[in-house]
Design a protein around this ligand. Structure first.
Ligand code: ADP
Length: 372
């Protein structure tokens, strides 16, 4: 078993006015792929480095496989870390780079050879014609170097793999390819993996679960679909998804027994009884209405005459092929809609777009928490 449990973990760097990581409580299950995601500086790497033992823990406990490791040195934690800059030894061959850690641990030669060749086969570095194992890192592409760095972790057969932004030095195409390779690797090795990235697409595509962080605090931990559909606050809602969720600041009004959201230029009735209940319980009027671009003016929504509509002026049109992204303005709020690529739209034109209300969100303006 290699579950990793962080309990009330804090990290304060000397000289910094505030702790970098605050009260992190996170249970990463055995064999789980957990992604830590958030903007640069939110404390993801610090958290990962505390798990690895590369950074001291200021408060709380971290346990790996049921053992508290706060005072266990990194080399005895039985975990392997893959970094962004690969950290390969330039003067060693690929084979030696992968074998090095095992040699230090006095593994037998045969066992080292078996493990290195197995890792090379898993990573597609075993083509006899290419002779990758005997090359030096400088004679490899970025993607191949990244594979060697992963290979060095695989040969250790660790309890858990830790990845710190491993793909950020690769070009966009290679990133997409390596993303799928690491997911396949997880399926194959069935190991606990903890993966740090600032890229929400990497998080969504790779994570069994995703932990979203901001300012050293966990905002939400959930599987990708839950996170996308039920963000717990405005930050998570805006961070996950591209183009991002649209936010319309406004007020809740009551008119003739109806509950309305008013942006100023338009009003929308919040008809759903479950929403009404939540609105009444929340007792707030200053709110932000959230709607993803695919839920405004979508082909499906346009065919539903019961849905509310908003009028807005087209400012920018971006044809993507499968869909067209249209940037609009209500006169008060800018927003983006994903519309059918065959819909005729023109710059400067005012159009009406239907709002697919079942997928709408509402956030309090004071705490930014989701009302629904
Ligand atoms: P992330 O991985 O989310 O980009 P980090 O964990 O690397 O964030 O850093 C979080 C914050 O902690 C940053 O503001 C950074 O300046 C600060 N920090 C990181 N390492 C140190 C250090 N060794 N000493 C002081 N402050 C640090």
């Amino acid at each position: 078993m290699a579950e990793v449990i962080l309990s009330h973990v804090y990290k304060a760097y000397p000289g910094n006015p505030e702790p970098t990581v605050k009260d992190i409580n996170l249970e990463i299950k055995d064999k789980e792929f957990m992604v830590l995601v958030g903007p640069s500086g939110c404390g993801k790497s610090t958290t990962l480095r505390m798990i690895a033992g590369l950074e001291e823990i200021t408060g709380g406990t971290i346990s790996i496989g049921g053992v508290v490791v706060n005072n266990v040195p990194p080399k005895n934690r039985d975990i392997a870390m893959v970094f962004q800059n690969y950290a390969l030894y330039p003067h060693m061959t690929v084979y030696e780079n992968m074998a090095f850690g095992l040699r230090l641990r006095h593994f037998k030669k045969d066992e080292i050879d078996r493990r290195v060749r197995e890792a090379a086969a898993i990573l597609g570095l075993d083509d006899p014609k290419e002779n990758y194992l005997q090359r030096r890192p400088k004679n490899l592409s970025g993607g191949q170097r990244q594979r060697v760095a992963v290979g060095r972790a695989i040969v250790r057969q660790p309890k858990a793999f830790l990845f710190d932004e491993p793909l950020s030095n690769l070009d966009a195409k290679m990133r997409v390819q390596m993303r799928a390779e690491i997911s396949r690797l997880h399926q194959r090795l069935q190991s606990t993996m903890i993966y740090v990235t600032h890229d929400q697409i990497e998080a969504m595509t790779m994570g069994d679960r995703i932990c979203v962080m901001k300012d050293g605090i966990i905002q939400q931990v959930a599987d990708p679909i839950t996170l996308y559909n039920f963000p717990s606050n405005k930050f998570v809602a805006g961070f996950i998804g591209t183009p991002p969720m649209n936010f319309f600041a406004g007020k809740i009004l009551e008119k003739n027994g109806k509950i309305l959201f008013s942006e100023g230029t338009f009003e929308i009735e919040l008809r759903d009884p479950a929403w009404k209940e939540k609105m009444t319980a929340a007792k707030v009027t200053d709110v932000t209405f959230g709607l993803r671009p695919e839920n405004i003016g979508s082909e499906m929504a346009e065919q539903n005459p019961d849905l509310p509509r908003i009028r807005a002026k087209i400012e920018v049109i971006e044809p993507m092929g499968a869909e067209t992204h249209v940037y609009l303005n209500t006169g008060k709020t800018s927003f983006i809609a994903k519309v059918d690529p065959f819909r005729k739209v023109r710059y400067g034109e005012e159009i009406e777009l239907s709002v697919y209300l079942p997928k709408a969100h509402l956030f309090r303006n004071d705490t930014e928490e989701a009302v629904f």
